[in-house]
Unconditional design. Sequence first.
Length: 201
Amino acid sequence: MATMLIGRKSCVTILLCGGLFSLNVGAAVEGEITPVGGPKMYNIDVANQDITTNSPGAIIPYVFSLGGQYAGVASCTIPMEDQAIYYSATASILQQGSSPGYLKLNDYMDVKIEIFIRGLRNDYFAVPFNNESNGAYQNKCVPPTTQFNNFESGAQGRVTFMITKPIVNGVNLLGTEIAKLYGRLGNYSAGMGTSPMSIIS
């Protein structure tokens, strides 16, 4: 059985943002969410990982987690009551992979990235997705801002690499950005904002 090594570090980047899905720079977004204390940082390192099955269909799974909840601030100009939180995720890789839910990373690998959405959904969603509600219509915003201390959406996820072609002489995955996640309280704006809440690299 051949053992292959990926001798590079993969930088898989996800941005959880209270921001614009179609970015409207300078436009106000009702319910935009920004993190307290700056973006939450995650790292996925595939340096020197053994690939014991270097053949199409073999997978290399990773899990990322903050290990708890985090705080964020919603901005609003009007009072909001009984609102859900909406999330959108965009992919920097646009080409579909060889299997459902996967995107083509390069000639040798596809990647599937799944982000956990809490509330009443309590499930993982494969990127890309748009304006997904967490299903919990229980949140409010009192102008100008309201802080929430119990965010779990975006605090964990899964990244799965799949070999699509036998790897020869290793694969350079350095600096590969995969996806961005955005969040917004309520459905008063059509888009998202631009303030990163968490970054995975």
